[in-house]
Design a protein around this ligand. Structure first.
Ligand SMILES: Nc1ncnc2c1ncn2[C@@H]1O[C@H](COP(=O)(O)OP(=O)(O)OP(=O)(O)O)[C@@H](O)[C@H]1O
Ligand SMILES: [Mg+2]
Length: 258
C-alpha cells in the first residue's frame, strides 16, 4: 500500500478540465517531482490533495496505520492535521508578525491544546509553548533563520521568506510535504542552497515530499521519480533520466529547458 494513492483524480472548472484522471502514488520517504508547462494543473492537483478543492471524480487515499483513509471532501485543516502540509506558489506569511510568531501560529493550528486552555492561558498551554519554542529554534537553525527570530516577515529578503514558508509547513510535523515552486524568484545561489535543504529535509525528517518546480536542474538533481502533467493529464512518469529522454516531454516543453 502506498502512503498516498491518487486514483483517476479529476477537477472540472465549468467547461475546463484542469486535472484529468490523474493516477499517482507517493511512497514513504520519497522525493517526487511534479513538472509541466504553465497552466498544466500542478497547483490544482495540490489543491485537490490538500482539501482546497473537492475532486469532480476520483479518490485520494492516505495510508494511516496500515489502513486506507479517503481524503476527498475533507476540510483543509483536517487534512493538515492528518499530516499533509504545503507551501504556496505565492508566499503566504503573516507579514507584520515576527519569524517566531509565524511559525508558532502554524504549529498551533495543528497542536490545538483546546480552546479554553489557550484563552485562559492555563499551565498546559505554557508548558506546551516552551517545548514548541525549542523546536522552532531547531528548525530555524537548520534553515539559517535562527538569527532572525524577531524580524518581521515582511522585512526578510525574498529567499528567506520562501524558506520561512517551508519552516512553517514543517512545524506541523507532516508526513507528506507539498512544495509549490519553492525556488520561484530565487537567485542561483539561493536555489543551490534550497536544493541542499530539500535533500536534508527528506533525509533528516524522513518525510515524503512532492515538489512542483520549474527549475529543471533542481528537479532532476533531487527527485527519485517525476510526473509530468500537460493539460491536466499525466503524459509521462519515471526517473529523471527517463523523463529527460522522453520525446513527449521534450515536445511539451518545446525542446526548451530540459
Ligand atoms: N479556481 C479556478 N477556477 C477556474 N479555473 C481555474 C481555477 N484554478 C485553476 N484554474 C485553471 O486550471 C488550469 C490549471 O491551473 P494551475 O494553476 O493548476 O496550473 P499550474 O500547472 O499550477 O500552472 P503554473 O505553472 O503557471 O503555476 C489553468 O487553465 C487555470 O486557469
Ligand atoms: Mg501553479
Amino acid at each position: 500500500m502506498a502512503l498516498l494513492d491518487v486514483k483517476h483524480l479529476t477537477k472540472n472548472f465549468g467547461g475546463l478540465t484542469a486535472v484529468s484522471h490523474v493516477d499517482m502514488t507517493l511512497e514513504n520517504n520519497e522525493l517526487v517531482g511534479l513538472i509541466g508547462p504553465n497552466g498544466a494543473g500542478k497547483t490544482t492537483l495540490f489543491n485537490l490533495l490538500t482539501g482546497v478543492y473537492e475532486p469532480s471524480e476520483g479518490d485520494v487515499l492516505f495510508e494511516v496505520n496500515g489502513k486506507e483513509e479517503r481524503l476527498n471532501g475533507i476540510a483543509p485543516y483536517k487534512i493538515a492535521g492528518k499530516g499533509l502540509s504545503r507551501t504556496f506558489q505565492n508566499i503566504r506569511l503573516f507579514k507584520d508578525l515576527s519569524v517566531m510568531d509565524n511559525v508558532l501560529i502554524a504549529m498551533n493550528a495543528k497542536n490545538q491544546e483546546g480552546f479554553f486552555s489557550t484563552i485562559f492561558r492555563l499551565p498546559a498551554f505554557y508548558k506546551k509553548e516552551a517545548g514548541m519554542e525549542k523546536k522552532v529554534h531547531e528548525l530555524l537553525h537548520i534553515f539559517e533563520l535562527d538569527k532572525k527570530v524577531d524580524t518581521l516577515a515582511k522585512n526578510l529578503p525574498y529567499g528567506e521568506q520562501r524558506r520561512l514558508e517551508i519552516v512553517r509547513a514543517l512545524a506541523t510535523e507532516p508526513k507528506i510535504l507539498f512544495l509549490d515552486e519553492p525556488a520561484a524568484g530565487m537567485n542561483p545561489q539561493e536555489t543551490a542552497d534550497l536544493t541542499d535543504l530539500i535533500r536534508k529535509i527528506q533525509k533528516d525528517f524522513g518525510i515524503t515530499i512532492l515538489l512542483i518546480e520549474h527549475d529543471m536542474s533542481l528537479v532532476m538533481e533531487v527527485c527519485q521519480r517525476i510526473y509530468v502533467l500537460e493539460y491536466g493529464q499525466v503524459i509521462a512518469h519515471g526517473t529523471p533520466e527517463e523523463i529527460k529522454n522522453n520525446p513527449r516531454v521534450i515536445q511539451a516543453y518545446l525542446g526548451g529547458e530540459i
